[in-house]
Design a protein around this ligand. Structure first.
Ligand code: PAF
Length: 270
């Protein structure tokens, strides 16, 4: 694996005429990332991974400061996975040209996490935009766990770049908890709470599939979930999986949730 600390150096070495798959990450890699990397290795001739904790997507300075970082462990893992190239850029490299960074999302997209984390998706799109202006991967891989991110990135990339987005399934543990770098802040008791929450939402989803009218029962389910110790629901919404509108049938919806488990913010969708 060749490690690059600057995009220019990477561009000199990597032949983007080959089928290159790109997996952008913020490090602290887990099985979810591993599955993205394996999908890229399967589909592409070369796989490029980036590790960059992107400051512009954090709406809270402490959250950025405390975001888990495990660079040595990550590098060892990426070597084992036979990743071809690793990019670990500096902030100055990504944010050289500040004027070109301002990306806005539309009013209709200001829902769910876009409301509760103002500026977050603008920051995600800014960094992806910079990567794709300067790198030319054939495919870019995103997990469905961050579904709203996937939706917005797809919409943005679709218009501007040739790179194709490959969505990959959420990876869950045996108790249905979605893997996330932020789970490293949770102990086994906390993880149990996330598991109970996930199972209750899955049950709720099955009920809606049987009776679409039950989609209106979100207040009741939020009330029940908030009774779990240390759980505080930020939002729980039933939305169309294609366009994230509230117009759904019993075949095309997902339940989106953001919640605090102790002081750790978790998102998921079912
Ligand atoms: O999903 C993430 O880890 C980040 O939002 C991403 C896509 C790497 C952009 O910083």
């Amino acid at each position: 694996m060749i490690i690059f600390k600057s995009i220019n150096k990477l561009n000199k070495e990597v032949n983007f005429k080959a089928k290159v798959g790109f997996v952008p990450t913020m490090g602290s890699l887990h099985k979810g990332h591993i599955s993205l990397i394996k999908s890229s290795r399967k589909k592409c001739q070369k796989t490029l991974v980036s590790i960059f904790v992107n400051p512009s997507q954090f709406n809270n300075k402490n959250d950025y400061k405390n975001y888990p970082r495990n660079l040595k462990k990550d590098i060892n893992l990426l070597r084992k996975l036979k990743v071809d190239y690793l990019l670990i850029p500096k902030s100055e490299d990504i944010y050289k040209n500040k004027n070109k960074m301002k990306i806005k999302i539309s009013k209709t997209d200001k829902i769910m996490c876009a409301i509760y984390r103002p500026g977050h998706f603008e920051g995600v799109l800014a960094v992806i935009n910079q990567f794709l202006i300067r790198l030319k991967p054939k495919y870019i891989f995103f997990g469905k766990k961050d579904y709203q991110q996937l939706y917005l990135v797809r919409k943005y990339i679709g218009k501007k770049f040739k790179t194709k987005v490959v969505p990959c399934s959420t990876i869950r543990d045996k108790n249905m908890v979605a893997l996330s770098s932020r789970n490293s802040f949770l102990n086994s008791e906390d993880i149990k709470k996330s598991s109970i929450l996930a199972k209750k939402i899955i049950k709720f989803k099955k009920k809606i599939i049987k009776n679409i009218m039950l989609r209106k029962n979100t207040k009741n389910i939020i009330f029940q979930l908030n009774k779990l110790k240390n759980i505080k629901i930020e939002y729980l919404e039933v939305r169309n999986e294609k366009n994230l509108s509230k117009k759904i049938t019993n075949k095309n919806f997902k339940i989106f949730v953001a919640y605090y488990n102790k002081n750790v913010r978790i998102i998921d969708n079912f």
